[in-house]
Design a protein around this ligand. Structure first.
Ligand code: ADP
Ligand code: MG
Length: 347
């Protein structure tokens, strides 16, 4: 607190940068917002490239429906979204991934942002450049239908935040986890990640979950995968559980290889992750965790749509029942695969 405890009114630029920090925490949060926008635009293919862990440059390119010049100018303004018109839409449930209309604006406030887009049916594209929240340039541009967003120099104008970025390899690990999450839970979309000119992975977008697992984790992991497919579950908030889990001999020493989705939407759901791991019982070695991609279906409106910008966690109405449903589904899959005998746990 300043001397004398005086209260100052913050200037609008400062307020804007603080607000931007709610959305833009690190390179991975930028990547998350841009990939979600690309998915919302109906992309079949999304290519993500990053330099220096994303701190120097992030490029997300999609073949979605694109934006007209007018839509593009609107998109970078505050609280503009094509996805909802009022708070009632939020309560009715949202099918698109983003719905707050602040991501691009926030990113533009704390980076150098360039968006090149061509709307489906338009005869040309538009390139727009924003720096420190101001539109600096709008030009016609040749490109095919879709959008390419380039984000450079994260926090160049907020040195206090730039200082808190982790090492490049840690930031890259966060970026990788995010892109991997979408690639694994959206096998219909071809998603690639390239870092410093080296391809990290590229999925085919052929709709096959195992093929996505193979692209992301490699053959050994893909070949150990067991299908989980359950609609006949005990009572609880989940209608169905669908996905793949690894054989208990294919494990790592981290929980981060369990990827979760709700209704096909990649989200963090620790209830789901923990129940999946728990279902293996004593079959996992000490401190060993499986690979898993698990998508759960819930009735419309049953899940707390997290309105917080970072959408960190999904909560279920009855977490205990949801956990039991998942354990049932995963044990059934392990038993079906001959890995465990249900009713007679080992040891
Ligand atoms: P939100 O996603 O919450 O609507 P954003 O700030 O992320 O807010 O995006 C603002 C708007 O810009 C979106 O509603 C959408 O109309 C448009 N937009 C953003 N990214 C894309 C994209 N990759 N393709 C097409 N339209 C996009
Ligand atoms: Mg968005």
């Amino acid at each position: 607190m300043s001397e004398g405890g005086q209260i100052h009114e913050l200037d609008p630029t400062t307020v804007e940068r603080i607000a931007a920090g709610e959305v833009v925490e690190r390179p991975a949060s930028v990547v998350k917002e841009l990939v979600e926008n690309a998915l919302d635009a109906g992309a079949d293919r999304i290519d993500v490239t990053a330099e220096a862990g994303g701190t120097e440059r992030i490029v997300v390119s999609d073949d979605g429906h694109g934006m007209s010049e007018r839509a593009l100018r609107r998109a970078v303004r505050e609280h503009t979204t094509s996805k909802i018109t009022s708070i009632d839409d939020l309560e009715a449930g949202v099918s698109t991934l983003g719905f707050r209309g602040e991501a691009l604006h926030a990113i533009g406030a704390v980076t150098r942002l360039t968006i090149c887009s061509r709307a489906a049916g338009a005869d040309r594209g538009t390139e727009l450049e924003v720096a420190g929240g101001e539109i600096e340039r709008v030009d016609p541009a040749g490109r095919r239908t879709g959008t390419t967003v380039t984000v450079e120099d994260l926090f160049y104008n907020v040195p206090a935040r730039r200082k808190y970025l982790a090492t490049e390899s840690t930031e890259l690990a966060h970026v990788t986890r995010i892109v991997r999450g979408y690639a694994l839970t959206d096998p219909d979309v071809a998603i690639s990640l390239t870092h410093d000119d080296r391809e990290v992975f590229a999925t085919a977008g052929d709709g096959d979950r195992r093929s996505a697992v193979m692209a992301v984790y490699g053959r050994e992991v893909a070949e150990s995968m067991i299908t989980v497919e359950a609609t006949d579950l005990p009572d609880g908030p989940l209608e169905a559980v669908d996905g793949v889990i690894s054989h208990p001999e294919t494990t790592r020493s981290s929980r981060e290889y369990t990827t979760t989705a709700v209704d096909g939407r990649y989200v963090r759901a620790s209830t789901v992750r923990d129940a999946v791991i728990d279902a293996y019982g004593g079959h996992l070695g000490g401190d060993r965790y499986p690979f898993a991609v698990i998508d759960v279906s819930v009735p419309l409106g049953a899940v707390d749509v997290n309105v917080h910008p970072r959408k960190l966690e999904v909560r279920f109405p009855d977490e205990t029942a949801a956990g039991e449903q998942l354990r049932t589904a995963v044990r059934a899959a392990l038993s079906e695969a001959g890995v465990i005998r249900t009713g007679a746990p080992r040891g």
